[in-house]
Design a protein around this ligand. Structure first.
Ligand code: BTN
Length: 232
């Protein structure tokens, strides 16, 4: 069966578009837009609208724990990018950023509405914003071939379906193993920003539920379930 998707010339946010249709569209439906006028990122940040970039979302119907879908999506993105560019410089940063030569080139935003989960994916293919609080890059800036967003969707949707199937039938363990094989900065010193707290330690891997494991200087290991981490 072919891929079920909607291609829009412009939209506020592909996540909003799918959330507004979550009751009627089927599970697995994708939407991709050429332009987004109100794209958003995690933690209330705006997501820059870049012509030629990939801006798309997929609808999932799932009653269970959905946070682990972010790892499923991140794996799909990193594999799709490696495939379309034939380049192995893409890595994963907890919880769900995709890095190119160590700098963010793609991000994932999960939003839930009742039994519907929308996974939004933004990939800087042709351009990236300058002067952002956290540096960004794009495939073009790294001198890589710049694929059409629709060509990315084709491969991304297939990789997502593959990892979703594995997650649903085998659980999180194989996702965790594959994610760790692509992880950026394993064993390196990081700081976690957890509201008022900023514990430092070594990036020690992922817990069985996807929490980041931080080995503190006293040798104890702390599981970080939500927040942001930075190399120091
Ligand atoms: C992040 O790293 O902060 C997540 C960025 C997610 C951006 C994508 S672009 C397509 C979808 N629509 C949105 O409004 N956001 C996501």
């Amino acid at each position: 069966m072919g891929l079920a998707f909607t291609h829009l010339p412009d939209v506020g946010s592909t996540n909003d578009w799918l959330l507004a249709r979550a009751d009627t569209l089927p599970d697995g439906h994708w939407v991709i837009a050429d332009r987004q006028t109100a794209g958003r990122g995690r933690r209330g940040r705006a997501w820059s609208d870049g012509s030629g970039n990939f801006m798309g979302s997929v609808l999932i119907r799932s009653e269970g724990a959905v946070q682990q879908y972010s790892f499923v999506a991140a794996l799909a993105v990193v594999e799709a990018l490696a495939e379309v560019t034939a380049c192995s410089a893409f890595t994963l940063k907890w919880p769900n950023d995709i890095l190119l030569n160590g700098t963010k080139c793609a991000g994932i935003l999960l939003e839930r509405q009742g039994p519907a989960l929308v996974i939004g994916i933004g990939i800087n293919l042709a351009q990236h914003p300058d002067g952002t609080e956290r540096p960004a890059t794009s495939l073009a800036a790294a001198g890589l071939p710049v694929p059409q967003p629709l060509a990315v969707l084709d491969i991304l949707a297939a990789r997502f379906a593959h990892w979703r199937h594995i997650w649903e039938f085998e659980g999180f363990a194989p996702i965790r193993t594959a994610w760790l094989a692509r992880a950026h900065g394993l064993g390196q010193r990081i700081v976690a920003r957890l509201g008022a707290e900023t514990p430092e330690g070594l990036f020690d891997g992922l817990a069985e539920d996807g929490a980041l494991l931080l080995r503190l200087d006293d040798g104890s290991v702390r599981a970080v379930h939500a927040g942001e981490v930075f190399a120091i």
